[in-house]
Design a protein around this ligand. Structure first.
Ligand code: ZN
Length: 188
């Protein structure tokens, strides 16, 4: 049972609605919001006319290092960091806004949405847990998601050196420089 004020509860329900519309699953909602599991299930059912799917969240970070997910995850995480650190959004606001901007970017560039909301959320958890870091591509200087152990190893991103199979995939993101990944003019 939620013990906060009615307005706080209303705010939490609105957040739940936003997260569910973006594709959040139950474990994400339970982690991010103060509402009870039953309340969240009710909101979910009302919105989706279906029960929330069961099953575990992805638990391996390997997915983020394959070439296409790496580009998408890096784009999303750079937007997230800008919103959190420069625009001073709360973590949850930065997450939802960054994900919306990511969706918009995919739509504008006519590319497939490779990163699901659950994957975006899990990415933040891996960063929080110290498993991942961002490091700069030695060619374009864009910042990409890397394993913490590889942080100081020089590398070339898959936008600068796409794998040969990249041509077979319909992915305009990989053939253009994703501007959000590039350092600001004059930046380090
Ligand atoms: Zn590069």
């Amino acid at each position: 049972m939620y013990k906060g004020s009615v307005t706080d509860e209303a705010r939490e329900v609105l957040r739940a609605i936003e997260l569910i519309q973006l594709g959040a699953r139950m474990p994400v909602l339970e982690k991010e919001l103060m509402l009870s599991r039953n309340r969240l299930i009710r909101v979910y059912r009302e919105l989706k006319s279906n029960s929330p799917p069961k099953g575990m969240l992805p638990f391996s970070a390997d997915w983020y290092f394959t070439w296409l997910p790496n580009i998408h995850a890096s784009l999303f995480y750079n937007i997230f960091l800008f919103l959190k650190d420069t625009a001073k959004c709360s973590r949850l606001d930065a997450l939802t806004r960054a994900y919306r901007l990511y969706i918009e970017h995919c739509e504008h560039s006519n590319s497939e949405r490779v990163l699901s909301f659950t994957r975006a959320w899990t990415l933040l958890r891996f960063f929080d847990g110290g498993l991942l870091t961002l490091s700069r591509c030695q060619v374009c200087r864009g910042r990409f998601v890397r394993q913490i152990n590889d942080a100081y190893k020089p590398f070339t991103c898959s936008l600068c050196a796409p794998p040969s199979r990249a041509g077979a995939t319909r992915n305009p993101l990989a053939s253009q420089r994703a501007t959000a990944l590039l350092p600001a003019p004059g930046g380090a």
